[in-house]
Design a protein around this ligand. Structure first.
Ligand SMILES: [Mg+2]
Length: 155
């Protein structure tokens, strides 16, 4: 009998992608715009957060886990949908593009864990599984998140 895999969702902005640094860079380029993120190029250009790529791929390749990227779009910026898809291909590869979910309603995705920097706003507070609040005291970075998963699934 095969063991059921735990389903894990991973957010993009401020979790996989360094949105803060990318936004500051974009704002400096377009200082007179109220919403510089509306200029194409921001989402695609974001740097990965420290240890994000290695940690994601470790989760992705783990035999006990089924891992998806779950990101809410900036609905006023249609190009962000394409750029998020391009970012995932560039940094995580086509196998992860297969598992990319772009949804403003995260609670509709059923699973065991959601790694997200926001406790609410896109359905995080109604998610059925455990919310791993990235950036919190308990989970300040990817090292702490990976350590937690190791303790949960490798015992
Ligand atoms: Mg986020």
């Amino acid at each position: 009998m095969t063991e059921k895999k735990a389903i894990v969702y991973v957010d993009m902005d401020h979790v996989l992608c360094d949105y803060a640094t990318g936004f500051a860079r974009h704002k400096a380029e377009y200082p007179n715009l109220a919403f510089p993120q509306s200029v194409p190029g921001l989402y695609e250009s974001l740097d990965p957060m420290p240890d994000a790529i290695e940690s994601y791929m470790w989760l992705h390749e783990h035999s006990k886990l089924d891992v998806y990227v779950l990101t809410a779009p900036s609905i006023k910026n249609p190009h962000c949908y394409a750029e998020k898809r391009i970012w995932v291909e560039n940094h995580l590869g086509m196998a992860v593009v297969q598992n990319l979910i772009i949804s403003p309603h995260k609670h509709l995705s059923k699973g065991d864990y959601l790694i997200d920097d926001m406790p609410s706003g896109k359905g995080q507070d109604r998610f059925d599984g455990k919310l791993i609040l990235y950036g919190s005291e308990e989970f300040p970075n990817w090292v702490s998140v990976t350590k937690y998963f190791k303790s949960q699934i490798e015992c």
